[in-house]
Design a protein around this ligand. Sequence first.
Ligand code: F6R
Length: 618
Amino acid sequence: MCGITGYIGSRNAYPIIINGLKRLEYRGYDSAGVMVFDGEQIQLSKTKGKVSDLEAITNIDESRKKGSIGIGHTRWATHGVPNDVNSHPHVSQSGELVIVHNGIIENYDTIRKELISRGYTFQSDTDTEVLVNLIEEVKKNENCKLGKAVQLALTNVIGAYAIAVFDKTRPNELVVARLGSPIAIGIGKDNEEFFVASDASPFIEFTRDAVYLEDGELAIVKRNKEIKVRKISNDKEVDAVIQELQLNLEQIEKGGYDHFMLKEIHEQPKAIIDTYRGRMLPNEGIIRMAGVDDHMSKFLHADRIIIVACGTSWHAGLVGEYLLEEMTRVPVEVEYASEFRYRNPIITPKDVVIAISQSGETADTLAAIKLAKSKGAFVFGICNVVGSSIARETHAGAYTHAGPEIGVASTKAFTTQITVLSLISLKLAQAKGTLAKSAVNNYLQTLQLIPSQIEKLLEIDDLVKEISYVYKDATNCLYLGRGFNFPVALEGALKLKEISYIHAEGYPAAEMKHGPIALIDENMPVFVIATNKGHYEKVVSNIQEIKSRSGKIIAIVTEGDVTVKEIADHVIEIPETEEAFTPLLTTIPLQLLSYHIAIMLGKNVDQPRNLAKSVTVE
Ligand code: F6R
């Protein structure tokens, strides 16, 4: 949940660390800190707030910025409220060791009590301060170097972590370790410099070579020396596998947009093309997905498919349920990963589990995958981040290829996940014979049109702004949809609440009369998805029910609609497509609405309060 950066080399470490932290702020932004070592003194600056608040402090005193080695942190609080003291980096009691940490040390309280009995005192409420002092205690007792002390200390730790540790007495090295939280090490030319970060974005302009530590690995990174990677469990050396980065700087910059969220909304046509590129030949009716092809018998013999995910990815999973059941006639269940992992679910080797995650790091989804694997199920991953933990933990998978999603509110991840789920559904329908060849071809040809249709839909921005202006002061909103568009209603409500803090609920339209209808009065905006296919007349009846109770109706309809236009207060038209693909279109105006309302309310859409992009803690 937090972001870590580090640098060791011959350049000034400070700007590299600070710029890196800005790129990692999507991971957490309630406090920030940096430590640089100038050869004599540890310069520690940290504060509650964003990286820009940290800069305001360091800008007062240039000496805080000197040194060619350092570590930095941007935090999403787990233990201890966000304040200056709880901010990272944390320093050990002797003042020699400094640490930044992403994750949770579950047995920190036991360790803390033990350390207190040995004379340690603590300034903060964090588990991280406990860890740095544990490393110090081990180093003292074993009379060993930092690397060994970190390795031994971590064998006593339960929890998840990515850490970078500095030792004032060994100013030419950093020790980095991971279990459950990602960490990458960028390798400069001839090992002259190294970069440490939670993902590769902080060092993309400096090097294309990186080592991604595996769970349970520790790396000792020394100036001008080769990186050494060891197993935490037995201290045995393992090969450092150097990968070439595919990311580029443009992808992680705003590219002329005011916010990453808006950029990512507008990137959806390209992202969807990148997702299906090379995977389908619509005219020939060919779908190629290596991860599915190589394990077709697992899919064909599955008793059922279980989809596990969280948040927006879970909503995409719900669309997947409609797609897969409609097209392949295989029973599908969609589960919140956080519930699935703890409710002793019945899973058999005849189940196929599909795990969906943009980041590929969501702790609950990862745990659900491990549980399903332990019960013998075949697990297929749909991830965006290449090489992420979920991508590596699953038996097979398909990347969405949406490019980096930096805005905390997920947008292009949702539509590209649905694109992958559509391709999987069509591929399985083909293999099972549940759809005729002509139907598959027709679906593929229709899917191919979606990017240009979204392009056109994005031109409605002014209309969406007008509607946003009317409803920006609402305190509650309802989102209704049926069938394929019920998950879109959930997603629309989630988008609004997470970036504008307006309370919003998504419901299947017909459920409204079983309770939520009591909420409707002249102050309640109701966003209704009423496309021409799939229960149109029923949704029209629901709209009438809202109208007769004075609710305000903002309807998303298909081009050329007449009936809803007469009843609704506002309508937004989407182009004609297959019902199964309407979520790819209906979600676009809802994303824009949330964006504009949040902007009009003066909210920080890319960094909404209390949230973080990848949730690597339970
Ligand atoms: C909402 C949002 C979250 C994520 C959820 C899962 O806009 O971004 O609800 O969808 O935390 O994250 P991933 O997909 O990375 O597993």
